[in-house]
Ligand binder design. Sequence first.
Ligand SMILES: Cc1cc2nc3c(=O)[nH]c(=O)nc-3n(C[C@H](O)[C@H](O)[C@H](O)COP(=O)(O)OP(=O)(O)OC[C@H]3O[C@@H](n4cnc5c(N)ncnc54)[C@H](O)[C@@H]3O)c2cc1C
Length: 621
Amino acid sequence: MNDSFDVIVVGGGHAGCEAAAAAANLGSKVLLISMDLTKLAQMSCNPAIGGVGKGQIVREIDALGGYTGIVTDLTTIHFRMLNTSKGAAMWSPRAQCDRMLFSTEWRKALEQIPSLLLLQDEVIDIDFKLNKVTGLRTKNGNYFKTKTIVLTNGTFLNGLIHIGKTSFPGGRIGELPSYGLSELLKSYGFEIGRMKTGTPVRIDGRSVNYNKLVEQKSDTDGKFSFLKEIKSSLKRKSCFIAHTNIRVHEELKKGFSDSPLFSGRIKGVGPRYCPSIEDKVNTFSEKTSHQLFLEPDGVSTYEMYLNGFSSSLPIDIQYKALTLIEGFEDVNILRPGYAIEYDFFQPTQLKHTMESKLLENLFFAGQVNGTTGYEEAAGQGMVAGINAHLKANDLSDFILKRDQGYIGVMIDDLVTKGVDEPYRVFTSRAEFRLLIRQDNADERLTPIAEQLGLITKNRLVEFNLKHEKITNLSKVINSKQVEPNEINNYLEKVGSVAITQKRKLKEILLRPEVSLKGIIGECENLITLDNIVFENDTIECVETKIKYSDYIEKEKLLSEKFDKLEYITINQDFDFSRLESLSTEARQKLMKHKPKSIGEAKRISGVSPTDINVLLIYFGR
Ligand SMILES: Cc1cc2nc3c(=O)[nH]c(=O)nc-3n(C[C@H](O)[C@H](O)[C@H](O)COP(=O)(O)OP(=O)(O)OC[C@H]3O[C@@H](n4cnc5c(N)ncnc54)[C@H](O)[C@@H]3O)c2cc1C
């Protein structure tokens, strides 16, 4: 084993795998150290990738040359495009994967990268010289020199698992926690907090009466990766909807006195938007039922995940309550639900590159930054991995802005606002939702990734082909005039008013009930382009660009306006206490977060538009 690296990634979760792959694919000599190499990119909770906001992140990772989308596509057993009844900005892909295959495919992908080495060990100490990374030490007695380190320890730092009255150390159920790194970084002045998350029971699908549940079938197509040849050959499985009832709630309440959540034994803050079932029953006591989703865990197992029933109540209470749900009368539990508390580092201590402000060449990504979710972790991993490579090779930073992607929104939120509960991505966090849609991630990010050197030839060829088609199809639609006899049959079919004279096709397409796919499918020979076949994603992209063109332009203008604020820089040593016209809260927050520009200052919670005006008057001078 070589003893000197450009980048060492600590932790082989979703953040660590993307970070290691990105740095190695860019040409760095990378070592990925993880406590258990059979659990790379382990899905600690639901084996599902994507969803609202999260699906957009996966598309972005893919467009940047990452692997989460590819591995998801190879292991998909259920796929749905969410929010299709809403506008294009809200469409979000989500897939249920085979848990075991997901980890196996990730390992295969990592093993194919020549400059990436894997090692099963635990990192227990890091060396710094003049506050700059020099190397690290492992539990098995290894010492490695390295230029940069990416920490992605997930839920493992001082991890403590709770089930009812029982608590025991663990990074995940069945896995040991990691000690030492939190204490080490605390001694360097890092602010550390405690968070918690939970997971529901896993049950034996053979013990469920599916006749009493509502089936939710998978879409027949749909995928994440831009690469056409990547697709799942696995059989699609259905998900099912179930409901709790009053009797279930009464049974759960019997366990409240033994709940680590209500007794105060769990001190960490949990995700408000993803509460445990006991939290829901307690907080929404007027509700007589909560919806649950029973989701498959894999293609060759009967194990099922009960989404919405996360719990750390005693196992006998979890079991009894379950048997009172319709369809679950004879249920068998494979694994109990549990909660876990762990350390995280306040992300305001990071730069936008994910490098620590306190210790040079030390990067952080994933759950250690107070986020929750595989996608959030993987997105940060990508950015941290790229920047660790760039730093190790004295190259300039890679920063994604808020109008370039959800990854940019997330990182900017983390480093400027910090977190007081587990952070997850929502579409509502983005101000430029129409610019950063799931369908245009490749257009936004693949050219950037190509410049970095992360894009394969295959992808580039496919990318250029798709965008040539988009340009040509858009040109035709923007210039085409249609006669009534060419389109009225279709318009009638979709309940749209017939045209009486020649009209611009573009204008007709603006009608909400009219779709480009419909026109191409139904109006033979109306749009012909040298017999070119247009794939669904190309058609969707052109349609969105045309239908939403006015709104997209407005967002572009707004983002340019915001951009200008980014160029008004603030010296890192600036003493905000000098500006007496600032509110006290703004002064304190600005002194704490030390924004580098007016743009960053604007995004700090507690800094009002009036405070920004004060800054503009001062710095604008
Ligand atoms: C019980 C539970 C429930 C969850 N529920 C949800 C949920 O409902 N929704 C949701 O979005 N997310 C949930 N999550 C979170 C989700 O699993 C994480 O967000 C995601 O896995 C984070 O990825 P990561 O790469 O940051 O860390 P992890 O996936 O936790 O991976 C960390 C990796 O680091 C390794 N490691 C740790 N310390 C060391 C060390 N010192 N040396 C070497 N290797 C080390 C570990 O072995 C592990 O491989 C849950 C997690 C848990 C544990």
